[in-house]
Design a protein around this ligand. Structure first.
Ligand code: C5P
Length: 293
């Protein structure tokens, strides 16, 4: 029996500690300035090389149907779209059996789907010995969504511009500890963008970048910002209520990641993050975790 090569990879979730909308573009997307951080919350993907060019996706716990898993396993999944795009861009006739163990919730503003897809590009480039340079992977990534390029860049922190696909890495000092939580209902990204009102003045990412470089939690809390928070609160009152509850319980500001509905607060240590997460777990939420950046 021939043993086919196998690769196991981690697909991390991101949080946005800063997100400003600079305007609406002719293509319907919004021009952004956002700061993304890679977290320790992750999905795990396994890639098994196959000869026939076929692509398949299953969950690690294959007793669960796609409905139970909460995401599609057919060609509409961004993982399979990414694998197909890589085959088409390179003419590669190899295939892969992909198995996913999903931890990142969907419609959460954590870019779980984008991270899975970007990880697929990086993994199959290696597994299929394609040797595409990172710039070529970035080009493919940008055709699949706005958040993939951050993960293709594979950095801890970055300022992302354009639709989000122009990634400029930022150096970070020290580790960051966050408590993240999401209410039962997720947010639809297009709906959140559509509910936004024009801002009188725009914020810049300069202060948050300085705070990340300096490693000061106080400076981060002062500079963190998300323009999409107001429309998301209006669309998801359950999220607004959770945000206010967390803020009271933790005695500190609470922020939203991306278009939500994940909320997060900064902690001073992993011990404090764990303690805050346990306090919140008593509220019986579907997703609460302490994560590191
Ligand atoms: O590119 P992505 O699939 O993440 O975008 C999902 C939706 O979010 C888009 O269809 C668009 O409605 C909105 N979006 C936007 N401007 C961006 C990114 C996303 O309007 N920069």
């Amino acid at each position: 029996m021939k043993c086919q090569p196998l690769l196991q990879c981690i697909a991390p979730a991101k949080v946005n500690v800063f997100l400003e909308v600079l305007g609406k573009r002719d293509d319907g997307f919004h021009e952004l300035e956002t700061v993304m951080l890679r977290t320790t919350l992750c999905d795990v993907l396994q890639f098994q090389d196959t000869d026939q060019g076929q692509l398949s996706l299953q969950t690690a716990d294959d007793s669960r149907s796609p409905e139970q898993a909460g995401f599609p396993l057919d060609s509409s999944n961004l993982i399979l779209k990414a694998a197909t795009a890589l085959q088409q861009a390179t003419g590669c006739n190899r295939g892969a059996q992909i198995t996913i163990s999903k931890k990142i919730p969907a419609e959460a503003g954590l870019a779980g789907g984008s991270s899975d897809a970007a990880t697929t590009l990086l993994a199959l480039n290696q597994l299929w010995n394609l040797n595409l340079p990172r710039a070529a992977l970035h080009e493919i990534a940008a055709t699949l969504g706005s958040d993939l390029n951050f993960f293709v860049q594979n950095c801890r922190a970055a300022v992302c511009r354009g639709r989000g696909e122009q990634v400029q890495p930022v150096s970070m000092n020290g580790r960051l500890h966050l408590v993240v939580a999401r209410p039962a209902r997720g947010n639809s990204t297009p709906q959140v963008f559509a509910g936004m009102h024009p801002a009188a003045s725009v914020h810049s990412s300069i202060d948050i970048v300085k705070a990340l470089e300096g490693g000061s939690v106080d400076a981060l809390v002062r500079a963190a910002f998300n323009r999409l928070t107001e429309p998301a609160r209006r669309l998801n009152p359950e999220m607004a209520e959770l945000s206010d509850h967390m803020s009271l319980l933790f005695h500190r500001p609470v922020f939203m990641s991306g278009s939500g509905s994940t909320l997060f607060a900064f902690a001073r240590s992993s011990r404090e993050a764990g303690k805050l997460a346990r306090r919140l777990q008593r509220a019986d939420l579907p997703f609460v975790s302490s994560v590191e950046v």
